[in-house]
Design a protein around this ligand. Structure first.
Ligand code: NAD
Length: 310
C-alpha cells in the first residue's frame, strides 16, 4: 500500500514514516511538508520516502501527492499553543483550512482513508479528569480552536461524504527527534537539552502540573496499525494511555537518567496552559485491544539517550 504523511519531516511524522517503512505491507511512503517546523535533516533518516516540498495550502501540490495513495496520515500543522496566541490567523489557516484541503483531495481522489491529528487541547477549560471523548470541548487558545476545527471537519467529511476517517486526540507526545532550543519547544526536550548542557531547567509554574506523556514510538505504532487495518471511528479518539506525570517528576527522571543533579529556574505560568491533562483510553483500547504503550521510564531513557548522541 501507499501512504502519504503530511508533516512527515516533523517530529511525529519522521518517527511514523520510519515505522511505516519497516512494514512489508507498505510499498511506498510519501511526505508532504513545507519544512516550516520540520527539518530537512529528518528526511535523511527516511530516504526511501518520496518527498513533496510545499504547503497543504497548495491544493495542486496536495492533489499530486495524493494521487494513487491508499491512506493519508495528516500531521502537518502549526503545533504550538503560545505560537498560536502570537499568530492566530496563521494557526487557523494551516490547521483548519489546511485540514479542509486534505479532506477535499482525499474525497476527490475516491475517498481515501484519512487519519488526522487533533489534540487534547480541545478539552481546554473543562476541568473533568480523566478526559473522556464525550466531554464538552472548551478550547482556550487559537491552537485548540483550530484543532477542534481539524477534527470537526474530519468527522463532518465522514458523515457527509462517507470519507473513511479517524481523528486522534494526541496528548503530550515526546521522544527522539523532538526539537529543543526554539521559542515554542515542548517541555521534555527543553528540559533534557538544558540539563545536558548544564543550564537551569526553565519551568513555567511550580511543576505540579501534570500531563499524559505518550512516547512517540507508541504513537507511531498505533497510527501504523490503524493505517494497515483501515480503522475508522465516528467520534474522535484519545491517543494516550491515562498516565499523569508531573513536570517535577519529569525533571527528577531526567536527573536520574543523566545521573546528575538538575537545577530549575521557576518562571510564570503561560497563558493557555491547562493545569492537568490525562486521557481516558477505553476507546483506544476498544480499537486496538492488544497494543501496549512504552512505559514513561523506558521512553524517557530512549529520549535522553538520543539527546546524548546529538
Ligand atoms: N507533539 C505533541 O505532543 C502533539 C500533541 C497534540 C497534537 N499534535 C499534533 O501532531 C501533529 C504533529 O506534531 P509534531 O509534534 O510532530 O510537530 P512538528 O512541528 O514537528 O510537525 C509538524 C510538521 O508539519 C509541517 N508543516 C507545518 N505547516 C505546514 C504546511 N502548511 N504544509 C505542510 N507542512 C507543514 C512542519 O514543517 C512539520 O514538519 C500536529 O498536527 C500537531 O498539532 C502534537
Amino acid at each position: 500500500m501507499r501512504v502519504l504523511v503530511t508533516g512527515g519531516a516533523g517530529f511525529i511524522g519522521t518517527n511514523l514514516t520510519r515505522h511505516l517503512l519497516e512494514l512489508s505491507e507498505v510499498d511506498e511512503v510519501r511526505i508532504l511538508d513545507d519544512l516550516s517546523t520540520g527539518f530537512r535533516s529528518n528526511l535523511d533518516l527516511v530516504r526511501e520516502a518520496r518527498f513533496f516540498e510545499g504547503s497543504i495550502l497548495d491544493f495542486d501540490l496536495l492533489g499530486k501527492a495524493v494521487d494513487g495513495v491508499d491512506s493519508i496520515v495528516h500531521l502537518a500543522a502549526r503545533p504550538s499553543v503560545p505560537r498560536s496566541i502570537a499568530e492566530p490567523r496563521a494557526a487557523h489557516e494551516v490547521n483548519s483550512t489546511g485540514t479542509l484541503n486534505v479532506l477535499e483531495v482525499a474525497r476527490a481522489a475516491g475517498n481515501i482513508h484519512t487519519i488526522v491529528a487533533s489534540s487534547s487541547s480541545v478539552y481546554g477549560a473543562n476541568p473533568t479528569l480523566p478526559k473522556h471523548e464525550d466531554l464538552a470541548t472548551r478550547p482556550v487558545s487559537p491552537y485548540a480552536a483550530s484543532k477542534l476545527a481539524t477534527e470537526s471537519y474530519t468527522l463532518a467529511w465522514q458523515h457527509s461524504y462517507g470519507l473513511p476517517t479517524l481523528a486522534f486526540r494526541f496528548f503530550n507526545v515526546y521522544g527522539p527527534l523532538q526539537a529543543a532550543g526554539h521559542a515554542y519547544a515542548a517541555a521534555i526536550p527543553t528540559f533534557i537539552d538544558a540539563a545536558i548542557n548544564n543550564r537551569l531547567i526553565p519551568l513555567h509554574g511550580d511543576g505540579t502540573q501534570s500531563r499524559d506523556f505518550t512516547y512517540v514510538g507508541t504513537v507511531a505504532a498505533v497510527i501504523t496499525r490503524c493505517v494497515i487495518e483501515r480503522i475508522t471511528s465516528p467520534t474522535p479518539v484519545n491517543l494516550a494511555f491515562g498516565s499523569n506525570i508531573t513536570l517535577n517528576e519529569v525533571i527528577e527522571g531526567i536527573g536520574r537518567e543523566l545521573n546528575q543533579s538538575v537545577d530549575v529556574e521557576y518562571l510564570p505560568s503561560r497563558p493557555g496552559d491547562v493545569k492537568h491533562s490525562q486521557a481516558a483510553n477505553a476507546e483506544l483500547a476498544r480499537l486496538l485491544p492488544h497494543l501496549q504503550p512504552v512505559s514513561f521510564d523506558d521512553g524517557l531513557r530512549a529520549t535522553v539517550d538520543w539527546f546524548r548522541k546529538l
